[in-house]
Design a protein around this ligand. Sequence first.
Ligand code: SF4
Length: 272
Amino acid sequence: MIVEKVVDDSLNKLLEVKTDDNYTVESVFYRGDTLCVSSQVGCPIKCSFCASGMYGLKRNLTYEEIISQYTLSKEKGFDIKKIAFAGIGEPLLNWENVKKAFYFFKEEGLKVSFYTTGFPLKNFKELLSLPHNGVTVSIHSVFEEKRKQLIPKGTELEKLISLLKEHTKNLSNRKRKSYSIAYLLIKGVNDSKEELEKLSEIANELKLTVSLLKFNEIEGIPYQTTTDEDYEKAFLFLRERGIRVTLSNRYRTRKIGGCGTLMVNRFNQTTS
Ligand code: SF4
């Protein structure tokens, strides 16, 4: 693997890394300490709001290719303290390689967190038992049918909730804080009071933080970002119901390296 290109937008550093068979995948160094790594070339989940899944899955990254994103980034001088499995791909669908990379990163003294749809459930269960430093589970809609449009191949919400409930029921408050529910707010899609009310019930039941994310507009994806006003309203709506809510930070909303924007073969779409 080699670094093909580094795009620096002053907040995020986007690394294009090229595999031996000429795919490029992306990693993002952000917040001055965290590297977001990819786990697959493309993504079979094909979330309808995400550029990473637009062309489906090409193949899994090998263990070596996952850790190369870290070693190559270090060679670029990035002072990495944390790894987030939040780049291209669903980590649970390349589980053996991701798990091996997880232990490598832990041995390097890094904090490692995961962003996942919880699919497949069997691997999600195993992930929960790892000595991770954070797991964020994508919900994005509380209504199964709509959720299927947003996350076509994710685990059913009911199964996710019952597993999370079972796993988190005896956790200390400190450990519980390392789990959260991701809800990507998309204008006119999942921002109704009805959705948010139900979301607050689920979060209250699980006693988990909601990571309320702002949709980043992406060429070729037919959704619109919510207005700042509506975003704040949703935040207050949940807060008023006793939910701990975190918001998209400035790194996550960038055009370069923001949530959902990472792509396979960005600069060479002919081979994608
Ligand atoms: S959001 Fe994650 S799981 Fe969904 S398509 Fe994008 S990379 Fe895959």
